[in-house]
Design a binder for this molecule. Structure first.
Ligand SMILES: *[C@@H]1O[C@H](CO)[C@@H](O)[C@H](O)[C@@H]1NC(C)=O
Ligand SMILES: *[C@@H]1O[C@H](CO)[C@@H](O)[C@H](O)[C@H]1NC(C)=O
Ligand SMILES: *[C@@H]1O[C@H](CO)[C@@H](O)[C@H](O)[C@H]1NC(C)=O
Ligand SMILES: *[C@@H]1O[C@H](CO)[C@@H](O)[C@H](O)[C@H]1NC(C)=O
Ligand SMILES: *[C@@H]1O[C@H](CO)[C@@H](O)[C@H](O)[C@H]1NC(C)=O
Length: 520
């Protein structure tokens, strides 16, 4: 029965109904939640057991420890994922090896055979090779199990670039990483210069809001540090539920996770070694909040993952017909042309306008024959739904749009669950809050230092970021954001030009300053 329903829905999706001027989308609020570092097969591959329409796994998929030695140990994809620590490789070079099995990138389609080998190069005990060749049983990720059966799963959505977190996160709201192929702390701290979907939304008279926890990673876009956008940042704990309850969520909502793992507030971004249970609890909370909102009937929630985090996925990464967003070539030695995508990642969409049990494969040759779903599909769809005048780059112009999934019904469903299941706790130990900050957290510290003005000090950023524990880092980041927003609101009151980037004097020298704002 489930199969019949999903097949029927698939047929409907094969003929996407384009939005015309007269046919407006029922969606007035799009909510975007980007989780961290997990592949599709790792999180959702085993859901194929529940719905064979899903392009997942059955355990016949495998990788050998060596792509050149046919006698090396073979790892079949298994269902034993629990808690993963440490973190598998996901740099540009590591991902090239995972996808192509070597540094020869000419295979099309690529064999996806180097995951176990690449993990072995990081940990020669083979433990990590086993970890990357594993996925979660649906019951271990009960919140996703419920959402996949109730709403839509996309089984052909790729990371925008075969590289690490920040370049991929940059694509989500701007359709480019402006040439970045890795996480470059100094550039992230200075802020990436490209135009974002936030500005297009604002210019069109629509609203946006970013609900952050420790620190908003969206501030890696330099333009979002402008005075006029300071009031768009809201502390998640204080504002998300109340705005939703009052029906005051803006048109475009970004919800950011806790990236820092402490005992009082464990990280919930799913990034290894953080507990997937916390990520599940967070998704559950966001869903239940939206479900209870008077805005529910006009809401679309998009949950995706920035990149695959080094975990195996069996679907060949597209390597042809992918346009460079802006013609910028990546740095030496790779000189990457931004002409192939990253590994497939989990994407789930939720709305009362989505038919139960929907499985979306690709965009079926629209808008171009080679188009795929990837992170730039988000700004591309926002443009369509909100009728914005222009694309951001060549990439969002090419990416598939998903406005069609809310066009198959004449009215919203009334049978959507109010409460989702409570997931099982996976990690047996607690957060290591006295550990030193991870590389990603150090990048956030550099951002925090810029927001706070401490980057001007010669002692920063190298020293503080590397010397602090997770707990101290969290305090520093949260203080930085608080000061940044206060300084911005103060400058606004003083009538400073709205287009100025908010900057401050070093906090270490102006702790009691009444005028923290430094006019640039
Ligand atoms: C996944 O994890 C690695 C290792 O911590 C980071 O360097 C990458 O940036 C990526 N994302 C995040 C947030 O960590
Ligand atoms: C993994 O799959 C096997 C074979 O389908 C099954 O017997 C086993 O119960 C599954 N493991 C878990 C943890 O569910
Ligand atoms: C790279 O791989 C292709 C096949 O995918 C092969 O034809 C070619 O010889 C390889 N190049 C090198 C330098 O090994
Ligand atoms: C694993 O790495 C250690 C340390 O680099 C080395 O001493 C050991 O010989 C390696 N073992 C194997 C099986 O390659
Ligand atoms: C959503 O729409 C359904 C069907 O029209 C209606 O029964 C329900 O009351 C609406 N809910 C809200 C929160 O407006």
């Amino acid at each position: 029965m489930a199969t019949t329903i999903s097949t029927l829905i698939l047929v409907l999706l094969l003929t996407p109904i384009p939005l015309t001027q007269s046919q407006t989308s029922p969606i007035k609020t799009m909510v975007v939640l980007v989780m961290e570092n997990r592949s599709f097969d790792h999180m959702l591959g085993w859901m194929k057991k529940l719905n064979p329409e899903i392009n997942g796994v059955d355990g016949s998929e495998s990788n050998q420890l060596s792509t050149t030695d046919p006698n090396s140990q073979r790892f079949f994809f298994s269902n034993q994922s629990v808690y993963v620590d440490p973190d598998p490789g996901h740099s540009f070079q590591a991902i090239r090896e995972q996808i192509f099995g070597s540094d020869n990138t000419s295979a099309d389609p690529p064999p996806m055979n180097g995951f176990a080998q690449q993990a072995f190069s990081m940990d020669n005990t083979t433990t990590m090779s086993g970890d990357v060749m594993n996925g979660f049983e649906p019951d271990m990720v009960a919140v996703y199990k419920a959402l996949v059966s109730e709403f839509a799963v996309f089984d052909r959505w790729f990371a925008s670039i075969p590289s690490s977190t920040q370049p991929n996160r940059l694509y989500v709201h701007s359709g480019t990483s402006a040439g970045a192929t890795s996480n470059i702390p100094a550039k992230l701290a200075k802020g990436y210069p490209q135009r974002t979907i936030f500005e297009n939304i604002d210019d069109a008279g629509k609203s946006f809001g970013i609900y952050y926890q420790n620190i908003p990673a969206t501030l890696f876009y330099r333009n979002l540090r402008k005075l006029k956008y300071v009031s768009k940042f809201h502390p998640y704990d204080l504002s998300f539920k109340s705005h939703a309850r009052q029906g005051k969520l803006p048109s475009y909502v970004v919800v950011e996770q806790r990236y820092v793992d402490t005992k009082i507030a464990p990280a919930n971004d799913d990034h290894p070694s953080h507990d997937v249970y916390q990520g599940q609890m967070f998704v559950k909370e966001v869903y239940e909040t939206l479900r209870a909102s008077p805005q529910w009937n006009e809401t679309l929630l998009v949950i995706t993952y920035d990149e695959h985090g080094g975990f195996f996925d069996h679907v060949a990464t597209p390597v042809r017909g992918v346009p460079s967003p802006d013609g910028i070539v990546g740095p030496a030695p790779f000189n990457f042309q931004f002409d192939r995508l990253g590994v497939r990642v989990p994407t789930i969409m939720v709305s009362p306008w989505i038919q139960k049990g929907t499985v979306v494969h690709g965009p079926n040759g629209s808008p171009s024959p080679t188009s795929e779903y990837e992170h730039s599909s988000i700004p591309a769809t926002v443009k369509k739904i909100f009728n914005l005048p222009s694309f951001l780059t060549k990439r969002d112009e090419w990416a598939g749009t998903f406005d069609g999934i809310v066009q198959t019904r004449t009215e919203p469903r009334t049978d959507c669950p109010v409460i989702l299941p409570t997931p099982v706790k996976i990690r047996k130990t607690g957060p290591k809050e006295n550990a030193m900050l991870s590389e990603f957290q150090q990048e956030l510290m550099q951002l925090a230092a810029v927001l706070k003005g401490d980057n001007i000090l010669t002692s920063y950023p190298e020293k503080i970021g590397k010397k602090l524990t997770v707990k101290q880092g969290k305090e520093y980041m949260e203080d930085a954001v608080k000061r940044f927003i206060e300084a911005g609101l103060y400058a606004k009151k003083m009538g400073v030009d709205e287009d100025h980037i908010v900057q401050m004097r070093p906090s270490l020298t102006t702790r009691s300053s009444k005028t923290p704002y430094r006019n640039p």
